[in-house]
Design a protein around this ligand. Structure first.
Ligand SMILES: *[C@@H]1O[C@H](CO)[C@@H](O)[C@H](O)[C@H]1NC(C)=O
Ligand SMILES: *[C@@H]1O[C@H](CO)[C@@H](O)[C@H](O)[C@H]1NC(C)=O
Ligand SMILES: *[C@@H]1O[C@H](CO)[C@@H](O)[C@H](O)[C@H]1NC(C)=O
Ligand SMILES: *[C@@H]1O[C@H](CO)[C@@H](O)[C@H](O)[C@H]1NC(C)=O
Ligand SMILES: *[C@@H]1O[C@H](CO)[C@@H](O)[C@H](O)[C@H]1NC(C)=O
Ligand SMILES: *[C@@H]1O[C@H](CO)[C@@H](O)[C@H](O)[C@H]1NC(C)=O
Length: 231
């Protein structure tokens, strides 16, 4: 197996071992930005995209501020020329809009590597690696020099947020990365396949908890007071 998933840089072997062979291992954002060394080049596609998006380049990543919150998120990841032979799990960067994996001797890319990447809209791959989710998941597949470019992620849902044929009744379909979709229960429905109707019994649960807390507090107060008196 290691023949397929070896990296040229021995120093990264332990990390790479995880990266390639343990699907449950989640690479976090910082690891994704730093394990390649160097930083995204100004002239690269990710670099240009980052400049256009008013982003900040750190290592191999481009960060921008979320529109709605103060949190920064990764929108670009440049892993080009990184001696990468397999791509297994990039979950830490699932907010990425653009990913560059070109100039890598990739032999194996996991089918689920981009699961959850619902914002992904531009992927640059080595020439002979298929687009994630297949051609059908992209508006346009083009070849540029030594690379394959997958552009414009297609939604697996008929209409995002609408009741869909692909999801069970009473549920909403939402894109979940190239070739993937996610169903979530609509309105008041919940449970397996959204078959049960009714709101989560939040009021009862929380009021029950509150009552229990009050009772325990009173007991404690009484017992502590007794102790205090007897001292
Ligand atoms: C990156 O390139 C742009 C023009 O393409 C330039 O304005 C900018 O200063 C460059 N940034 C760095 C860090 O070289
Ligand atoms: C931020 O959100 C507002 C509306 O919610 C939108 O008009 C604006 O274009 C967004 N800005 C960016 C940078 O996405
Ligand atoms: C790729 O990286 C190697 C060293 O790691 C460097 O010598 C080479 O110039 C790089 N190629 C490009 C196109 O950046
Ligand atoms: C790619 O990985 C999958 C599972 O991770 C494995 O079954 C398959 O044999 C691998 N293919 C190559 C060419 O390494
Ligand atoms: C995907 O599209 C590219 C470019 O149009 C084409 O060369 C390739 O054969 C297609 N792959 C499949 C599996 O249809
Ligand atoms: C969307 O749904 C309609 C029927 O509801 C169907 O005719 C059409 O082919 C669907 N489109 C896609 C892209 O699945």
């Amino acid at each position: 197996m290691s023949a397929y998933c070896s990296w040229s840089k021995a120093a990264f072997l332990i990390f790479i071992f995880h990266f390639c062979f343990r699907p449950s291992y989640e690479m976090n954002e910082v690891q994704a930005c730093t394990f390649c060394g160097g930083s995204s080049l100004n002239g690269s596609e990710v670099g240009q995209f980052c400049t256009l998006s008013a982003g900040r380049i750190s290592g191999r990543c481009c960060w921008t501020h979320d529109n709605t919150s103060e949190r920064e998120r990764i929108i670009g990841l440049d892993l080009s020329n990184c001696s990468l032979t397999c791509v297994d799990d990039l979950k830490g960067v699932s907010t990425a809009v653009m990913i560059d994996l070109s100039m890598n001797p990739i032999v194996n890319m996991s089918d689920t590597a981009f699961q959850g990447f619902s914002d992904l809209n531009y992927v640059i791959l080595p020439h002979d690696i298929a687009c994630p989710g297949g051609n059908a998941s992209w508006e346009k597949v083009a070849f540029k020099e030594e690379t394959r470019v997958c552009e414009g992620q297609k939604s697996m849902c008929n209409q995002t947020g609408q009741l869909s044929m692909t999801c069970p009744e009473n549920s909403l379909c939402a894109p979940y990365g190239p070739g993937f979709y996610q169903c979530s229960c609509a309105g008041n429905y919940r449970g397996y396949k959204c078959l049960r109707e009714g709101e989560f019994p939040a009021v009862q649960v929380f009021s029950g908890l509150a009552a229990a807390t009050v009772v325990i507090s009173i007991i404690l107060w009484v017992t502590q007071r007794r102790k205090a008196k007897s001292l």
